[in-house]
Design a protein around this ligand. Sequence first.
Ligand SMILES: Cc1cc2nc3c(=O)[nH]c(=O)nc-3n(C[C@H](O)[C@H](O)[C@H](O)COP(=O)(O)OP(=O)(O)OC[C@H]3O[C@@H](n4cnc5c(N)ncnc54)[C@H](O)[C@@H]3O)c2cc1C
Length: 516
Amino acid sequence: MAVVSHAARSAVQVLPEDAHNARLLAHVHPRDWRNPVPRNPYNLVVVGAGPAGLLAAAGATGLGARVALVERRLMGGDCLNYGCVPIKALVRCATAWADVRDVSRYGVRHSGELHVDFGAIMERLRRLRADLSAHDAVQRFTALGVDVFLGHGRFTGPRALEVEGQTLTFARAVIATGSHAGVPPIPGLAESGSLTNESIFALTERPERLGVIGGGPIGCELAQAFQRLGSQVTLLEADTHLLPREDAEAAAIVYQALCRDGVQVTVGAKIAAVETQGSLKIVRYTDAAGQTGEAVVDTLLVATGRVPNVEGMGLEAAGVMYDRRLGVQVDARLRTTSPRIFAAGDVCSRYQFTHAADALARLVLANALFIGRQKASALTIPWCTYTDPQIAHVGLTAAQAAAAGIAVTTFVQPLHDVDRAVLDGETEGFAKVHVKQGTATIVGATIVARHAGEMIGLYTTLMTHTLGLGALAQVIQPYPTQAEVVRKTGDLYNRTRLTPLVKKLMARWFAWQRGR
Ligand SMILES: Cc1cc2nc3c(=O)[nH]c(=O)nc-3n(C[C@H](O)[C@H](O)[C@H](O)COP(=O)(O)OP(=O)(O)OC[C@H]3O[C@@H](n4cnc5c(N)ncnc54)[C@H](O)[C@@H]3O)c2cc1C
């Protein structure tokens, strides 16, 4: 039995060192873990134990393949440790606080002091993360029959990977090494001690003034959450609107929501430099109008996008071509330029989501282990930004459809016409659907609503099974629910089928009926 080297272990630390994080580490990187003796050759070697790697390893083992899983840091990857899980724990607390803050809108009066206990909120986050980590634990995968190797994986050839001085040989391999936060080359930023998603969840004290560079999903979710929890947040986005990948009207609603919460948002911000003065960081920028400004903060978060993990893993030796910005090069079936090696997840996809990593890994299992011919382009992948309100989206926006030369008809159903949204006091938002002109075929949909992420699946189901928008009108939703907004877009579409000719024929029919 080989022992994981001290170097590998010392690189793995989750702060603060408390009982919750000790429990997390005991699951996702146990200190006393000993790598097994390789059972070469493997049917499948999986490099990286984030959502993509875990799915691939568990799936292949379940099918009876001999599988090795290699992870250099924490099983569960970004999603469990530094991404979806901790951020949603934080967002939940911020939403709870906002509900209490706004409770008088519902006629509820409270007397006495209410305050945010930031330390307790972060402890809850660590506790829940540790709870969920059992699912991704080394012990669970070992029990499934996977050989788990902790350490940095490096290809030494097209059929061999080295980890902690041992060589694993394979018939097939999957690169599932994910991505990390990119830090832009802004003068002074690297020296400023700024945080990324890998360090912000280690905070135990609330920053008084938090600067967030980047108004994408991670920047917006964290900016709103910290502002609601009592920090004064300044959010700087280089694009002309927040959430540049989203429908502009949808993003505008989130912009207004953030401003209402008190976030100081500047779009079109070009950051010139970050200056550190003692414990303060001064972010100097120019806004869209060319005016210079500065944000003085004590904590700075960088959320400017993700960079694929492709460095230092011997991809050249394996014959795998890659781009430092775009990641591992794959064909439609997720095969790399090395015929025995496939890739899945953030490292090769522009859909950098956990559910996308999961779906791509399933596809790789079929294509790598069997004679599968499944194409990633055939997948319909929705996503959601968990601000309040949320934006959920699937398919193309109107602008993307226009760029692709697809003429569309758009149906918009505002939430203020949905009874449940009125009763909930959550009328801000809409469902917007684009269909191919002259047909019912959905090419894209966006929902802005408090629980938009729970509703987008209705459109995704239609798109996946190539059902037209009209089919929605036949799907009965319980009354009153906000999901009725989606059904109503089906009604909107069906109304367009009442052409003048159909109306004329109907008028004749009713006239005839009256006269009988
Ligand atoms: C703050 C934040 C919030 C997010 N919120 C959401 C959300 O709400 N919903 C959603 O769907 N997605 C969300 N995401 C995105 C989601 O976390 C990622 O898309 C997902 O984790 C990608 O999975 P993956 O398996 O491709 O990679 P990762 O999760 O990055 O895992 C890759 C693993 O490979 C390991 N590795 C890298 N190189 C090597 C090597 N050479 N040898 C061995 N191991 C290696 C890494 O240590 C890592 O553990 C969020 C991300 C962040 C950062």
